[in-house]
Design a protein around this ligand. Structure first.
Ligand SMILES: [Zn+2]
Length: 565
């Protein structure tokens, strides 16, 4: 839920606003490719751009399933002809590696290539680049939900020792991908394509399996694929050269290596054996977590139909995970071996989909769509339909009606943190700041870990003229959730309202660093150093951080790795 209007002067988007993510992702990828070209002695890497470029499924297909009203989906983009040649890159000429870059003999120990910590660093760097390119949806509700369902799948078996982080990619095309280190991105189009929660879970289970089965590292170890070997060697060399070096260099190196790891990962996904294994392991995980065993083959059917009616080429997900007759047959056979089990969807699943739909197109059109669906009772879930209407009204800034519809929603719905959050936002947008603060406060006592509430409460405190309380709360939550970058942005505004400039610029800088924009991060830390309102300790902290960020940027420039977006 991202209806609050946070000024983001330097970023290309406002939270939750539908935007042409594809272009942003492409822009980011172009930068990644440029970086790869400069860094890598590989002649060209068109596969990077191809692998991540998104293709939209037929909008008509997205409309048909819906519990919630039809929504306008941006027209499908025709793939550039370059995309077709994705796998042509494998034959690209390869410059021999220098002795320091040669791969160690890995034998069977594919995991020795990178430590889990190094994989995590790579993944983090790639995610930062994805953020810089607008491919990361800063929406606590949607991301919270993906993590909830994702972690349910991860913890369904006791053998996974790795942390996972799931995030939404604001793109109507159908795709999902796993990155090194347990980062899994899911296009919003995939969430909307899934008719049931189990179908969405089947996509996540498959991607989780690519991570748990070490497909990335295993693929790197394969000596057959010259390109992969080269890239892996480079990634290794970069990481190895920094292992004993400066701290600040590591992230940069990871970012560069991550570029290639992403390319590698996309290649890995495509191998037939890995797809079958990810299906098999993913199926077991899906069932262990209590989801519907039939969901995997159902989703395959939907994907195939989506591609058949698609004008813009098949969904990216299908290109990276081709659904063959065999895969469908295997998924069906596996499900048939199990007793039939009715698995109801969670209310959150329906509400998250309604929220995503409320973000699309013109707010007024969405209000009309939800109104029509409610009047005709054309929804799978009445509560989600009413929730979507309130969300659309909030986006349309029709506060008097939002309040009325909120009352209706609360009458029919059980207690739910998403309703608490939207209720607080309706109060906030209506200018009733103390009431909003009170609502968020009571909600947080019931749902202390609900990220949307953790974002909204300090927002309301700032608006209620209590910036000191807002800053204190944000700082405390940043200790609990150090990777939650948007909290830095809120803290920055809370300090700005108190005219505490060092803290303001420090937090704004941390936000930009999280968002993958180093030049803006550095600018903020320069302002923090010049602020003149910090004590000796605070000054040395920001100076050290500024030096680290500068060094990181210099190293990026050395290899032509600039900011995106
Ligand atoms: Zn796959």
């Amino acid at each position: 839920m991202t209806t609050q209007s946070i000024p983001k002067a330097h970023l290309s988007h406002a939270k939750g606003q539908p935007r042409p993510a594809r272009q942003h992702v492409r822009a980011a990828i172009a930068v990644l490719v440029a970086a790869a070209l400069v860094t890598a002695p590989v002649a060209r890497l068109p596969l990077v751009s191809a692998a991540v470029a998104q293709t939209t499924a037929d909008p008509g297909e997205l409309r048909k399933y819906g519990s919630i009203p039809p929504v306008p989906v941006p027209p499908p983009a025709l793939p550039d002809s370059g995309e077709i040649q994705k796998y042509g890159a494998i034959g690209a000429p390869v410059v021999p590696l220098s002795p320091s870059q040669t791969l160690p003999d890995l034998g069977d120990a594919s995991q020795a290539l990178m430590s889990p910590a190094q994989e995590r660093k790579l993944g983090e760097a790639i995610v930062r680049q994805i953020r810089a390119g607008g491919g990361y949806m800063e929406d606590a509700e949607v991301n919270d939900y993906l993590n909830e369902i994702g972690n349910r799948l991860v913890t369904a078996t006791r053998d996974v020792r790795q942390d996972f982080l799931f995030f939404a990619v604001p793109d109507p095309g159908i795709n999902a991908f796993a990155l090194p280190g347990g980062f899994i991105g899911v296009n919003t189009g995939t969430i909307l394509l899934a008719q049931t929660e189990s179908q969405l879970a089947s996509v996540l289970a498959h991607e989780i399996s690519h991570v748990t089965q070490h497909h990335v590292t295993r693929g790197m170890a394969s000596q057959q694929n010259v390109l992969l070997t080269t890239l892996a060697g480079l990634a290794m060399a970069i990481i190895a050269s920094k292992a004993g070096g400066s701290q600040s260099g590591q992230a940069t190196s990871a970012a560069i290596a991550g570029t290639q790891a992403l390319a590698i990962q996309q290649q890995i996904n495509f191998t037939r054996e890995n797809e079958f294994e990810a299906d098999r392991v993913g199926f077991a995980r899906l069932v262990a977590a209590g989801f519907d065993p039939n969901a995997m083959s159902e989703l395959f059917d939907r994907l195939q139909r989506a591609s058949r009616f698609s004008e813009g080429g098949m969904p990216a997900y299908l290109r990276d995970h081709p659904v063959t007759y065999e895969r469908v047959a295997e998924a069906k056979a596996r499900a048939q071996d199990l007793p039939y089990k009715q698995v109801p969807d969670s209310l959150t699943f329906h509400m998250v989909r309604a929220l995503l739909q409320s973000y699309q197109g013109e707010p007024r059109e969405q209000v009309a769509n939800f109104d029509r669906a409610i009047a005709d009772k054309k929804y799978n879930n009445a509560i989600a339909g009413h929730y979507g209407l309130v969300a659309a009204l909030l986006r349309a800034k029709d506060m008097p009606r939002a309040k009325v519809e909120l009352v209706t929603l609360e009458k029919i719905a059980p207690p739910h943190p998403m309703i608490e959050a939207i209720a607080g936002n309706v109060l906030m947008e209506s200018g009733e700041y103390p009431a909003a603060v009170a609502r968020f406060e009571s909600a947080l006592t019931r749902y202390p870990n609900k990220m949307q509430l953790i974002h909204d409460y300090p927002e309301a405190l700032i608006k209620a003229g209590r910036p000191a309380d807002a800053a204190e709360f944000a700082e405390r939550e940043l200790v609990r959730y150090p990777a939650e970058g948007p909290l830095h942005e809120i803290a920055a505004r809370a300090y700005a309202a108190q005219d505490k400039r060092l803290k303001q610029h420090q937090h704004q800088g941390e936000y930009y660093a999280w968002a993958g924009n180093l030049p803006l991060a550095i600018e903020q830390f320069q302002l923090a150093v010049k602020s003149g309102d910090g004590d000796f300790y605070q000054m040395s902290v920001v100076e050290t951080r500024l030096r680290a960020l500068r060094q990181e940027k210099a190293e990026q420039e050395k290899v032509g790795f600039g900011p995106a977006g």
